[in-house]
Design a protein around this ligand. Structure first.
Ligand code: THU
Length: 131
């Protein structure tokens, strides 16, 4: 697992992105910060919709933005949820994250000052890929 990046800085970027969350239905604001191969940090936040299933997760938004910028390769992502919750990525986001970085390092908040760290290979074993 690559470890040569500033975890606190990446989590701070995720918490800053969380400020832009549009989450009037769940009140569960999420921000994500993706550390790209070139060192650029690309962020995203959850964007909810009155038609609930159309909601976009923060990680999904960060991945889509980075790919649209030509930044497919990345080594780490930080996810920041509300202060009183743990915010591991949902199952669908784990698969989205795996597309470009199967052994990604994932940081996720476990409070406003704390976070957990795990490899995506542990969070999503037996990753789906087409033959
Ligand atoms: N959410 C994320 O942004 N990422 C996840 O990995 C889990 C859930 C958002 C979706 C929804 O807006 C809110 O959190 C509550 O489910």
């Amino acid at each position: 697992m690559p470890n040569e990046f500033d975890e606190a800085k990446l989590m701070a970027a995720a918490r800053a992105a969380r400020e832009h969350s549009y989450s009037p239905y769940s009140a569960f604001a999420v921000g994500a910060a993706r550390l790209c191969e070139d060192g650029v940090v690309v962020t995203g936040c959850n964007v909810e919709n009155a038609a609930y299933p159309l909601t976009i997760c923060a990680e999904e938004a960060a991945v889509a933005t980075a790919v649209a910028q030509g930044r497919r390769r990345y080594s780490a992502i930080a996810i920041a949820g509300p202060a009183n919750a743990s915010a591991p990525p949902c199952g669908g986001c784990r698969q989205i994250l795996a597309e470009f970085a199967p052994s990604l390092t994932v940081l996720y908040s476990s409070g406003e000052e704390t976070h957990e760290k795990a490899s995506l290979e542990v969070l999503l074993p037996a990753q789906f890929e087409l033959p």
